[in-house]
Ligand binder design. Structure first.
Ligand code: ADP
Length: 704
């Protein structure tokens, strides 16, 4: 009995256990995948942070490089001569960044640009006033005699020129050129004097004369005088403008006091001339006014240079030294001078330092410092961050910006080429595509696992029910076999008993013999009916039962059945009353089958009448249908059984009833089959303990 259930339990465990295991494995793999995806995204974010860090660092190193490149230009290599600040300024747009200020320092960390000399600057070597003529002393004396004693300028010029063509030190060359020029002036050869001055200017622009004046200045002053004397106003003006420009842009290495003096002199000369001479061209006027305006700009630059030198330079140098950056170049945040402890990353200035290297020895000969415009630098940095964080859905913040607490803590990096290092943090997105994807997958996975478990559970329930039904059926069949055997045995026992009595001649009278024979006939009939019933039923179930329908009077059939049943009913004290219409009701029926139906119902009514002894058969005829009813007043059918009584082999499970009343549970199943085979239906009403009424409803239209 328990074995199918045991099989089921094993089966269920066999399915649920692997399913559960599969679900668990699925969940685990989902978890692992989650971790992998998370790691992947973290790796991606790390790569982004690294790349931002690298790009930003590279950006600053690029600025250092740009300055470095600038420092390799010619102007920086002619270290002995003062740098031409205008040249530097013209190239000071580094990598598209407006350089606010540019400072250059020499090896001793003295500011070279803007020129800050306060007289202490080295001004060449020849300051003794005495020229060392060396081996040419004799020649020189001879020629000077010609010039100054004999006043023979023409001869003197010849002598000087001859001497000049020899390889002489610069010191002598410059002296000779000046002498040659003055001789030409004396003989009024303006042209040649001009040529000599121009040569002096060109070849020895930065060469200091015995007083420390560069020959470039002296030559120009003399040239201007020459032009004045020969009334070449425009040329004189142009040379003086050159002078002022050179002074303004620190072209020559003169002390600031000297420079100021010269500038004033030249300016006075120009201003006077400008006032009374209208002859000067537009070009000169414009140049004059532009120089005037440059003056204040350069002045302020010089001032800021002084300021810078005083306040920021020592700290910057210290910091650069501590980082070993003096020879590599570096980037300093402008806060170096501020008293604030934290870095003001939105500061207005950024300091980029690059060493100036000697092109031949590669030694550092100085440092160049560019002060960059803060906002444009932050713009570049922000765009570097933005470009990479935006597509990834990341948020970023510079170290000092307070962070919204809802942001997920992220990756921190520092721009370490800057001193002090500037840090930024990347924050993971709170909601990103990947998160959505994971959630989506979680639902899909969960749904799949849940659904498959549900299907398995439902399947098991259905199976369990099927098994239950199967078992019930098996039980019913077993009961059926027992009932049939019992039903068969009863008449057989009677038959064999009567046969034995007749055989042994054990009877009292001929009357009794007659009675025996009729009993024998009855029991045999009973036996045949039972067997026929079973055969019929098996035919019905096999679908082989064919109803031979012909116009038949239903009332007649009922009367026939009643007649047959009445004997048995009377014997048991039953009164069966017929309430039939007077007119015969004819339908298309298989008479034999329908009679069997009526007999079955009557039989049941009798079997389950309990103490009641009354059965009523009625018929209700309408235009549409004929309803036949068989009513008893017996035990009734418990409501929970109502569904099942039409099932084959089913019998209401009351031991008493079954034991006392014969039956194999086929009757109602057959009734239903036959009536439905006639297009009709079987219904009943029943009240527990008060009796039941079965209704057979046949449609009329079909039969007409
Ligand atoms: P059986 O051979 O046991 O009578 P049936 O198929 O005719 O088999 O009936 C099935 C069951 O329905 C019976 O066992 C009985 O319990 C119940 N039943 C049938 N007719 C009646 C009735 N008139 N009153 C009470 N119970 C009935």
């Amino acid at each position: 009995m328990a074995s199918p259930f045991r099989v089921f339990v094993i089966f269920a465990i066999g399915i649920i256990l692997p399913a559960g295991l599969l679900g668990y494995l699925g969940f685990k793999s989902f978890q692992y995948e989650n971790i992998v995806l998370k790691n992947q995204s973290e790796q991606r974010y790390t790569a982004i942070a690294d790349s931002i860090q690298k790009n930003a660092n590279d950006f600053f190193l690029g600025l250092v490089d740009a300055l470095h490149l600038l420092s390799e230009s010619e102007a920086f290599q002619k270290w002995n001569s003062p740098l031409m600040i205008n040249q530097v300024l013209r190239t000071s747009d580094i990598k598209g960044f407006p350089v606010k200020r540019l400072f250059v320092f020499d090896e001793q960390e003295r500011m070279v640009v803007p020129y800050q000399s306060d007289g202490s600057a080295t001004v060449g070597a020849a300051t003794d006033g005495e020229l060392d003529w060396g081996s040419f002393a004799g020649d020189i004396h001879r020629i000077e005699r010609l010039e100054f004693v004999d006043k023979n300028n023409a001869e003197a010029i010849k002598g000087y020129e001859a001497l000049k063509s020899k390889p002489l030190p610069d010191k002598l060359q410059t002296a000779l050129l000046k002498n040659i020029a003055s001789c030409y002036r004396k003989i009024n050869d303006t042209r040649s004097a001009e040529t000599a001055y121009i040569e002096l200017i060109k070849r020895f622009d930065h060469y200091p004369d015995p007083v420390g004046y560069p020959d470039g200045i002296l030559g120009r002053q003399l040239l201007a005088e020459l032009y004045d004397a020969t009334a070449q106003k425009e040329k004189a003006l142009s040379v003086r403008l050159d002078l002022i420009e050179g002074i303004l842009f620190s072209r020559w290495n003169v002390s600031s006091v000297q420079a100021e003096k010269i500038r004033k002199q030249v300016e006075d000369a120009i201003a006077g001339k400008m006032a009374d001479a209208q002859a000067f061209g537009k070009e000169e006027r414009e140049r004059w006014s532009s120089l005037q305006s440059q003056k204040s700009r350069l002045e302020s630059l010089r001032l800021s240079g002084k300021e810078f030198l005083k306040s920021e330079w020592p700290i910057a140098v210290k910091r650069l030294q501590s980082h070993g950056w003096l020879d590599k170049g570096g980037v300093l945040l402008s806060e170096i001078n501020s008293k604030k402890k934290s870095v003001d990353i939105r500061g207005n200035e950024l300091m980029v330092v690059s060493p100036v290297l000697d092109s031949s020895s590669h030694h550092r000969k100085g440092l160049m410092v560019a002060i960059l415009d803060g906002p444009s630098v932050w713009k570049v940095l922000d765009s570097i961050l933005m470009n990479q964080t935006q597509p990834a859905g990341l948020t970023f913040a510079w170290a000092q910006i307070s962070v919204t607490s809802s942001w997920k803590p992220g990756l921190k990096r520092s721009l370490d080429v800057i001193s002090p290092a500037l840090t930024f943090t990347l924050f993971f997105p709170t909601a990103d595509a990947q998160g959505d994807f994971l959630r989506h997958r979680m639902w899909t996975y969960g749904g799949m696992i849940g659904l498959s478990l549900l299907v398995i559970v439902i399947g098991l329930i259905v199976m369990l029910q099927a098994m239950k039904r199967e078992k019930e059926n098996a039980d019913l069949k077993a009961e059926f076999v027992a009932n049939v055997s019992h039903e068969l045995r009863t008449p057989l026992t009677a038959i064999s008993y009567i046969g034995e009595r007749l055989n042994l001649g054990r009877f009292k009278s001929q009357e009794e013999v007659k009675e025996f024979y009729s009993m024998l006939g009855e029991e045999t009939n009973h036996l045949r009916e039972l067997i026929e019933d079973i055969l019929d039923f098996s035919k019905m179930m096999g679908g082989k039962k064919v109803y031979r329908k012909e116009p038949t009077s239903l009332t007649e059939i009922i009367e026939e059945a009643h007649a047959r049943f009445d004997v048995k009913a009377r014997a048991q004290g039953f009164s069966v009353s017929l309430k039939l219409p007077s007119e015969p009701v004819t339908l298309m029926l298989d008479g034999k089958a329908i009679r069997q139906v009526v007999l079955n119902l009557l039989d049941n009514a009798l079997k389950y009448s309990g103490d009641s002894r009354e059965i009523v058969v009625g018929m209700n005829v309408s235009s549409k249908e004929v309803v036949l009813s068989v009513q008893d007043f017996g035990i009734g059918i418990p409501s929970q059984e109502k569904e099942k009584i039409f099932e084959k082999f089913y019998r209401v499970g009351q031991g008493m009833v079954r034991d006392t009343q014969g039956g194999v549970g086929l009757g109602l199943a057959m009734v239903k089959h036959i009536v439905e085979g006639h297009g009709g239906r079987v219904t009943f009403i029943s009240a527990d303990g008060k009796g039941s009424t079965f209704f057979l409803t046949f449609p009329r239209e079909e039969q007409r």
